[in-house]
Design a protein around this ligand. Structure first.
Ligand code: 7MF
Ligand code: ZN
Length: 880
């Protein structure tokens, strides 16, 4: 437990390590009452460090030190110091072997960092700083060592013993125990270390690499999950092939292992050769996983696999460089998902997350650059900014360079830095060197926080047939950063003529060929681009494909938006125009009286979408999703959540009423026939059909209720079953929804991943998720405090997806969240800190909300013995 105020760590204080570790020899003795860890480190002074005298300092956390020996001789307690968490040994030689024995208690580890037990198995999570909870070590990513790991445990209880690399030895020991020894030939930072021990079943598969090497693929799960492995293994093979084809990256070890674990703080972890997954992010079957879950699993399996190159072979110098591996790897996994399905739909999903959640983070008290300059607790910096904005930054480099030069750049990066721990700057330099482009101004994307705002205005001159587009950029102040410099922004656009066709673009003084889409490069605070030979006043299609993570402000009329919605050749901008139209219509009803008329052309536009069977149904399904409450709040200054909620509900009711016949027709048109499949067409059909059902039940349509009940009972897959359940839950049919919830639980009570869905459907619905009902859910026998997924599916869903209940006028939702954060802070500070996030932007909200949110934060601040994790978030949020 913390005793003093948490310290801030600064990038500018980075120093190379004083000691390097060439080799680590680990021996784990696993018992029910604890684990003994024997570690032998081959250490030597780093020639690049100016320090030739300094003491050896090794990180540690919650360790019981049993013994220390230097070059084989025990060190007397006076020869070292470990009163703090650090083990300090002065007067060591330039090269030596250090043997340290520690005792830890995985069975009591509720933080789920380091070595812990989950459902009877031992497992680890070391990123970012969990290895120091296992043994003393220079726990920083720029210390890379070769690991040899011997695991000893009871043979019956733990028949499977896994670590990184190849298994090189195994055998029996006394007392019914056995051991397995693993050797990882690749030097790695300790955050990539992993160990798993349990009674697991093994699913095997294989993959032949492009150069003809056979790789053993092995997946380990609890016996009850044996039938839920196929999809992840197939996704893994698709990822391996894709990385060879698109990036020229081949897998390097002979074995690749995946393990599923129920209690896990995050989604998954890329440990070398031994990826560990949260069960909910890897296990799937038609009966238990939704289409969305399948999609997520494919993306996460790919993400972790891609880390083998972007993260493991080339790793981060320090944690300020986290986006080096995460931003790049998210970019890679989203390219992969794009290639596996619909690029437009994937782009819409990524941008939705970015604009709803990352923009909010970038505008709040925790705003930080893609490469932060300081942090208190690194776990708090696994953020949407590092991941999603980081991926957008890499994507912009891809846009500026083009696919071919980008590939040249990534080849150079991997070749130049293989086996090294490097910086985001090294990445950009490789891109520059391979392409010959100057990215010096572009680097500001890594250094400046905040979402740039682009103010766009235009002017058409009939006589000279010229069209002028003026773009001003402004980057808002963020904590610790004022008066920012203009950034280098790729801005893709097209111009539509009155028939909806793309016009040829002839940039004045621009040279180059004439195309119908151009990427303008913004570099100044204000720039005007002149297009010649523009036959008529065009409708501009701005920031196509969302070519940069910015806000675009332009005075669109509703006519223009409807026009773009049905004509833009860029699918993304068609969707975006629809969103902007809906935002405008909903916005005009916020705070208006109940009699206010709702723009009739909105329903017309949606009807057109629904009826046109020639359209890509996956895109139609996306266009039918109204902007979320969270997004509407994000777009509003001083939002009043309840009035926004009511305005959105009114529009939904209006649309469902107006479009009733069309929705029923769409439902019938996409009724399931034939075997269940995961092709994009089938997925789109189910999505559209379930949206239609949801809209109809929103107006308590009795015919739709019957359809929902039938679909719920007869579904042969989880997408349709859950779709029907969610629609019923969000309806006013009280009895029917209770019946369905009970039946669903009865059927799936044995499957934790489905029970999590069941919790989350209730917690995120205003009908079943008021505070009283949430407290009730938390007394349900299936709710477990020690399982992060359960906490997220009830408390997280309530605070993040049930905004009308969470933002109850009396502030009860905020006080409740504060209470839960305080409770969790003692057992799992990482999860507690993440739960605080819905309160952090209290200053943005209308005062009636904001003041009560502030009080809730103060309630947390005043808790005794607050973890560093929660301390950082709460204090930064309350800072003046
Ligand atoms: C896809 O990044 C995208 C992001 C850290 C844990 C997984 O591989 C990871 C780990 C957090 C948040 C998001 C993701 C991960 C983590 C993630 C997973 C799949 N290195 Br924290
Ligand atoms: Zn990652």
């Amino acid at each position: 437990m913390r005793t003093s105020q948490p310290q801030t760590i600064f990038l500018k204080d980075y120093r190379v390590p004083t000691f390097l570790v060439d080799h680590v020899d680990l021996r784990f003795e696993l018992f029910e009452e604890g684990a003994r860890v024997h570690s032998v480190l081959s250490l030597r002074r780093n020639p690049d460090s100016g320090d030739s005298q300094g003491a050896l300092e090794l990180d540690g956390d919650s360790l019981k030190l049993e013994s220390v020996a230097l070059d084989g001789s025990d060190l007397a307690p006076g020869k070292y110091d470990h009163r703090g968490e650090t083990l300090v040994i002065p007067g060591v030689p330039d090269a030596f072997e250090l043997t340290v024995v520690t005792w830890i208690e995985p069975q009591n580890n509720t933080r789920l960092e380091g070595l812990y037990k989950s459902s009877g198995m031992f497992c680890t999570q070391c990123e970012a700083e969990g290895f120091r909870c296992i043994t003393y070590f220079p726990d920083r990513p720029d210390v890379m060592a070769r690991f040899r790991t011997r695991i000893e445990a009871d043979r019956n209880a733990y028949p499977v013993l896994l670590s990184n690399g190849n298994d090189v030895d195994r055998g029996d020991l006394d007392d019914g125990r056995h051991f397995v020894t693993w050797e990882d030939p690749f030097p790695k930072p300790c955050y990539l270390f992993a160990l798993v021990a349990g009674d697991l079943v093994e699913k095997r598969d294989s993959f032949t690499t492009v150069s003809g090497r056979d790789i053993d693929l092995r997946m380990y799960v609890e016996p009850r999950n044996a039938e839920k492995c196929d999809y992840a293994l197939d996704a893994l093979k698709r990822s391996m092939r894709w990385d060879e084809e698109v990036y020229g990256r081949e897998y390097d070890l002979d074995i690749f292992m995946i393990v599923a674990v129920d209690d896990f703080n995050m989604g998954a972890m890329e440990n070398k050769g031994l990826n560990i997954f949260n069960s909910s992010c890897v296990l799937a079957s038609q009966d238990t996983a939704t289409d969305l879950a399948f999609q997520r699993i494919e993306a996460i399996v790919a993400h972790e696999y891609f880390h083998n190159w972007s993260g493991n072979r080339v790793t981060c110098r320090d944690w300020f460089q986290l986006s080096l591996k995460e931003g790049f790897t998210v970019f890679r996994d989203s390219q992969f998902s794009s290639d596996m399905g619909s690029p437009t739909v994937k782009r819409i999903e990524d941008v939705t997350l970015l604009r709803t959640a990352q923009f909010a983070e970038d505008g709040g008290p925790m705003a930080h650059p893609v490469r932060p300059a300081s942090y208190m607790e690194i776990s708090n910096f696994y953020t949407l900014t590092i991941y999603e904005k980081g991926a957008e930054v890499v994507r912009m480099i891809h846009t500026l360079l083009g696919a071919e030069l980008f590939r040249k750049g990534s080849d150079l990066y991997f070749q130049r830095h293989d086996g090294q721990a490097v910086t985001t700057d090294d990445f950009v330099t490789a891109m520059e060197d391979a392409s010959g482009r100057d990215l010096s101004q572009f680097r500001l994307w890594y250094e400046q926080a905040g979402t740039p705002v682009l103010n766009v205005s235009d002017q058409y001159d009939e006589a000279s047939k010229t069209y002028r587009l003026t773009i001003e950029q402004r980057i808002p102040d963020t904590p610790g950063q004022q008066g920012k410099k203009p950034q280098h922004i790729p801005f893709a656009l097209g111009l539509l003529d009155s028939s909806g066709q793309d016009m040829p673009l002839e940039l004045a003084g621009g040279g180059g060929e004439i195309t119908t889409e151009k990427v303008l490069e913004l570099t100044g605070a204000s720039q005007t681009f002149e297009f010649n030979g523009v036959a008529e006043r065009p409708v501009p299609s701005l920031l196509r494909h969302f070519s940069a993570p910015v806000r675009v402000v332009y005075p669109w009329t509703r006519e223009q938006l409807m026009f773009l919605m049905s004509h833009d050749s860029d699918g993304f901008n068609r969707w975006d125009a629809g969103q902007r139209l809906a935002v405008d219509v909903i916005g005009s009803l916020v705070g208006a009286d109940e009699q206010a008329v709702i723009e009739p052309r909105l329903a017309q536009a949606y009807r057109q979408l629904l009826c046109d069977e020639s359209l890509d149904q996956a895109l139609v399904a996306k266009m039918m999703q109204l902007p979320s409450e969270a997004y509407l709040i994000e777009l509003t200054d001083s939002p009043d959540v309840q009035t926004i909620h009511r305005a959105r509900e009114r529009v939904l009711t209006h649309l469902a009423t107006e479009l009733r016949e069309d929705l029923l027709e769409v439902y019938r048109r996409h009724s399931a026939e034939g075997a269940y499949g995961l092709s994009p067409t089938e997925v789109a059909g189910r999505s559209l059909r379930n949206t239609a059902l949801a809209w109809l039940l929103h107006i308590n349509d009795s015919q739709a209720r019957d359809l929902a009940q039938a679909q719920f009972a007869d579904a042969d897959n989880m997408t349709d079953r859950l779709g029907a359940l969610r629609a019923l839950v969000n309806s006013g049919f009280v009895q029917e929804r209770e019946q369905a919830l009970d039946a669903f639980y009865q059927q799936f009570s044995g499957d934790p991943q489905v029970v999590e869905q069941w919790f989350s459907v209730q917690a995120s619905s205003p009908t079943t998720g008021d505070l009283e009902q949430i407290r009730q859910l938390m007394t349900h026998p299936a709710f477990e405090w020690k399982n992060p997924n359960k906490v997220r599916s009830v408390i997280g869903a309530f605070a993040g997806a049930n905004l009308a209940s969470f933002h109850a006028a009396d502030g009860s939702g905020y006080r409740f969240l504060a209470e839960q954060v305080c409770r969790l802070d003692d057992s799992n500070p990482q999860i507690a800190a993440r739960l605080v996030s819905p309160l952090t932007r209290w200053r943005k909200f209308a005062p009636a909300y904001g003041e009560q949110m502030q009080k809730a934060l103060e309630q947390i601040r005043d808790k005794k013995g607050l973890s560093r994790d929660v301390y950082e978030v709460v204090h930064k949020s309350l800072a003046p």
